[in-house]
Design a protein around this ligand. Structure first.
Ligand SMILES: [Zn+2]
Length: 373
């Protein structure tokens, strides 16, 4: 039987005590929530939206991967994991033997602990939409337009024109692969509503242990090409007790336990150990001792890890591998000029690993030039 997750029990106790723990507080939501729940409204300028200032290539057809790409490159599957509210500073606070799964990923993978969120916002739903679409947030600049951070019943990803955008799920599904999305927060229903035909398995469960159990069952049984898993534990405890608090660090350890179960499943399943590439990042971090993370100009909020791990991937620094990407130091660069590695690179790193073309209309890693080995 599973050992109860200490932080999850703590979170449940906090909920019972009235802290409201499981979801983002309303105060961090929404610079520009859509005015209609059922039909998010396009910006006034939608008749002629400006193009993103980074040119994305015309969308490639799903079958148009370069013919020179080695066949081995095309038989990989992807598990993308977003650990909600994971600041890399947690790794400074926890000895490696307390977080063996994170330690393994960090030691064996292509890694940076200095990746970046979106520029515009450091909250959950906008950043996850970036991970799934490869777009920035601002719809006036070609972004996905999810500027709110609550579950708004009926809402969908509006895109620049109000009529939606494509996602990594669409690219995989159009190429004949199947997909799954497992998440800990109800607001992820936005994605099921946005791409109902392209997400084959969708589950929301605030019990992270049960959610990961189901993710492992899906990975081992269903031959998913692309799976996205959202683990909410650090964010919940961060809001309740402060980032890097003892309870927050326990939540990171609990997350580590769940990641360990996933890695065990990969190790013991030949198909997964041969094929699966794990991409792990976060939607945002959080400042030590504080219970909010919505200041987009705070380095503690916009600094996140980015890890690529799997067979054939060697232990390296992602910035060393990618001289065209610029290590941002302590800064949050704008979208002009050389880019840091961002969480929104997940979408097209995934399509690249899968041997598929980029997400149509995407901006980040749209050339699929982010190298991980
Ligand atoms: Zn949060």
């Amino acid at each position: 039987m599973r050992r109860p997750l200490a932080a999850f029990a703590c979170a449940a106790a906090l909920v019972l005590a009235g802290c409201g723990g499981g979801d983002e507080p309303a105060s961090e939501s929404t610079p520009a929530a859509p005015s209609s729940a059922t039909a998010p409204v396009a910006p006034e300028s939608s008749s002629a939206p400006p193009a993103p200032d980074t040119s994305a290539p015309e969308p490639a057809a799903p079958t148009s991967a370069p013919p020179s790409r080695p066949k081995a490159h095309r038989v990989r599957d992807v598990l993308a994991i977003s650990v909600d509210g994971l600041t890399p500073r947690a790794f400074d606070e926890l000895a490696p033997d307390r977080i063996p799964a994170f330690t393994r990923l960090l030691q064996e993978g292509a890694v940076t602990l200095n990746a970046r969120t979106a520029v515009e916002q450091t909250v959950t739903l906008p950043n996850h939409t970036g991970m799934l679409t490869g777009r920035r947030i601002d719809p006036d600049q070609g972004g996905h337009g999810v500027t709110w951070n609550d579950e708004i019943p009926g809402s969908t990803v509006p895109g620049p024109d109000g009529d939606g955008v494509e996602s990594v799920f669409d690219v995989v599904h159009d190429a004949g692969g199947t997909t799954a999305l497992f998440a800990g927060k109800t607001k992820f229903a936005t994605f099921e509503r946005s791409w109902p035909d392209s997400i084959d398995e969708f589950e929301i469960d605030g019990n992270a242990g049960a959610l990961v159990d189901d993710t492992i069952a899906s990975l081992t049984a269903d031959k998913r090409r692309f799976t996205f898993l959202h683990i909410e534990l650090p964010d919940v405890l961060g809001h309740a007790t402060g980032w890097l608090s003892p309870a927050y660090l326990v939540a990171v350890q609990d997350t580590d336990q769940l990641l360990g179960e996933i890695l065990d499943a990969v190790d013991s399943t030949p198909r997964l150990s041969k094929r699966l590439v794990v991409i792990l990042t976060a939607d945002h971090g959080g400042p030590a001792g504080e219970k909010q993370h919505d200041a987009a100009d705070n380095a503690a909020n916009y600094t996140i890890p980015f890890v690529v791990w799997g067979r054939g991937i060697e232990s390296t620094d992602l910035y060393d591998l990618n001289p065209d990407y610029a290590n941002p130091g302590d800064e949050q660069p704008s979208y002009g000029g050389a880019q840091p590695i961002r969480n929104a690179d997940v979408a097209n790193l995934a399509t690249d690993v899968l041997g598929l073309g980029p997400v149509p209309g995407s901006e980040f890693d749209a050339q699929q030039d982010l190298v991980f080995r």
